[in-house]
Design a protein around this ligand. Structure first.
Ligand code: FES
Length: 332
């Protein structure tokens, strides 16, 4: 590794759009190369970059190419109908445009001790899974890939996967309704004999990740062998919105406190008294704002923490989650 290629994670990198490709209905891939011709920081499968977009938005995108492609970061972006500017900005981008990104971080790495890898992707969650699959195949590892999508037309990289030399390890589950998805996911894990050197990686919408995790746990997978990466927090229901109450937040380390009104986030309320959280998605799925909790009955609304982690009640994502009790004390 050339030390001159290493960039600190928080350093901004200017990249240029080299090419754009329609990968599926509403999904385009974007090849990003260094704007200044310098080399890009290295990365490992499962890593994502943070793209800084107009309006101060920051969005995370997993890299789907292989780390051996050192001249280019490749991301795929799904156009979200409810986009607040992130996905639509990247669907409006043109070849030759430049943007700022932060160097890759990996919160979803391959387990170096595992000898058999099972990959489960849902929708656009295929992106980090694809990078993992390429790397594991190249290394001669034992791997199987299960890809769920609402139809083949919405499944990015379907043709690439179907034509892959190791296509027998790839199982596409397209066009299933909810009940059929449950049955198929059960079948995926039902026949597997789990060993201590197996690892399961799941990436996609929260309901699919919950389903895969539940079926895996029921089939005898230890929770420590299940790795997840989320691309969205569960929707907040009307009832949750309507029953929101104001509560006090005490920031223990700074000695400050403030009230959080219904409809207001803890992050927004804290900003009024000069307390700034490090945030990125502001939708409860990236974990950037994760904060330790000292006291309070939490109303978790994120898709980042597992159900077990949420139940412990010692951490929360203040960009979206709230408090049911009148007082919340944070280690901040
Ligand atoms: Fe992403 Fe809070 S900023 S979870």
């Amino acid at each position: 590794m050339n030390s001159s290629t290493i960039t600190p994670e928080n350093k901004l990198i200017a990249v240029r759009v080299r090419s754009l490709t329609i990968e599926a209905e509403g999904v385009r891939s974007i090849d990003l190369v260094p704007a200044d011709g310098e080399s890009l920081p290295p990365w490992t499968p499962g890593a994502h970059i943070e793209a800084l977009l107009p309006g101060g938005l920051a969005r995370h995108y997993s890299l789907f190419n292989g780390p051996e492609e050192t001249d280019c970061y490749r991301i795929a972006v799904k156009l979200e109908p409810t986009s607040r500017g992130g996905s639509s900005a990247l669907h409006d981008i043109a070849i030759g445009d430049t943007l700022q990104i932060r160097a890759p971080r990996n919160l979803f790495p391959l387990d170096a001790k595992a000898k058999r890898h099972v990959l489960v992707a849902g929708g656009i969650g295929i992106t980090p899974i694809l990078s993992m699959f390429r790397t594991l195949i190249a290394a001669g590892s034992s791997v199987s890939l299960h890809y769920f999508a609402r139809s083949r037309g919405y499944a990015a990289f379907a043709a690439w996967l179907e034509q892959h030399p190791a296509a027998e390890r790839i199982h596409c589950h397209f066009g299933l309704d909810e009940a059929a998805t449950r049955t198929r996911m059960h079948d995926v894990f039902a026949d597997q004999v789990v060993t201590a050197t197996d690892a399961l990686y799941v990436c996609g919408p929260t309901p699919l990740m919950e389903l895969a995790s539940t079926e895996a746990l029921n089939a005898g997978w230890p929770s420590t062998a299940i790795y997840r990466e989320s691309f969205g927090a569960p929707a907040v229901s009307e009832e949750q919105h309507e029953t929101e109450r104001s509560f006090e937040v005490v920031f223990q380390r700074s000695g400050k406190s403030c009230m959080v009104a219904p409809g207001q986030t803890i992050v927004a309320a804290a900003a009024h008294i000069g307390i700034t959280f490090c945030t990125s998605c502001e939708q409860g799925f990236c974990g950037t704002c994760l904060t330790n909790v000292i006291e309070g009955e939490l109303d978790h609304r994120d898709g980042y923490l597992t159900k077990a982690e949420q139940a412990k009640g010692d951490q929360m994502t203040p960009c979206i989650s709230r408090c049911r009790s009148k007082r919340l004390v944070l280690d901040a």
